[in-house]
Design a protein. Structure first.
Length: 258
């Protein structure tokens, strides 16, 4: 049976962001790309969950969905981008006996940083500005332009702007979950699985800070810089996918050798 690889996307995205990766390498791997809650075809979190949203809610939903794709106890490789990367970290801790390897691209796990870290304080202010925005359009513009560059949101086709605006409520929950997560770098250090942490050369310093500290904390972790910025898995998919497959191939070879 081909190795199973679970793919988790970024905020304001969907499982479709991994289409190129899956199309190019489906003969080698059994990809399971999931829509995180509130994105793609996945339902918005229930009212009771949204009242105190956590990464545990997100990871539990992923685990429940995986039950219909994997046999009981079946191991899998785990890949996540941005918010999907932070969710992957949480899931790896919850299902550590089953996760064969972890690959994350600029995980927005800002809870791993010290509270007085400049990068964490920057993101807390950023999340606050999104929450305080009076209009969905303004909140969405703040979010999109931070991860890309100023003016990107306004340059998008109207249909795409409307789609992003319709999901900004979930983005606000994502930040509540991220900044409220109690896990620390010491918790990450308990993950002994092979891990690859990537960051784009043009990505923001805030996510590079998380990526570098996480890679250093993981006992079997390594750091890799790739082309593009924070949205590299979409804008520079060829380069990022090559790195992902190279890492998965090495992990698979090691596991067979073992």
């Amino acid at each position: 049976m081909k190795p199973a690889v679970v793919l988790l996307h970024s905020s304001l995205s969907s499982r479709n962001q991994w289409s190129a990766l899956m199309a190019a390498h489906s003969e080698q791997y059994r990809f399971i790309a999931l829509d995180l809650l509130g994105y793609g075809k996945s339902a918005f979190p229930t009212e009771s969950a949204a009242a105190g949203y956590t990464l545990a809610h997100e990871a539990d939903a992923v685990a429940a969905t995986l039950a219909s794709h994997l046999d009981a106890g079946e191991p899998f490789h785990l890949v996540g981008h941005s918010y999907g990367g932070a969710t992957a970290l949480r899931l790896a801790r919850q299902l550590r006996e089953r996760v064969l390897s972890l690959t994350v691209f600029e995980p927005v796990a800002f809870h791993l940083l010290q509270r007085n870290d400049a990068a964490r304080m920057e993101i807390e202010a950023f999340a606050g500005s999104i929450a305080a925005a009076e209009r969905e359009e303004d909140a969405t513009r703040i979010f999109i332009d931070y991860w890309n560059r100023p003016g990107v949101f306004d340059a998008l086709p109207d249909i795409q702007r409307q789609r992003f605006m319709s999901q900004i409520a979930k983005v606000k929950l994502d930040f509540i979950a991220l900044l409220g997560e109690p896990a620390t770098l010491d918790d990450a250090a308990q993950l002994g699985l092979p891990a690859l942490v990537m960051a784009g050369r043009k990505g923001p310093s805030s996510t590079r800070r998380v990526a570098e500290q996480l890679a250093a904390a993981l006992p079997n972790g390594s750091f890799m810089e790739t082309a593009g910025g924070h949205m590299g898995p979409i804008t520079d998919a060829e380069a990022v996918n090559e790195a992902i497959i190279g890492f998965l191939s090495a992990c698979t070879a090691d596991q067979f050798a073992g």
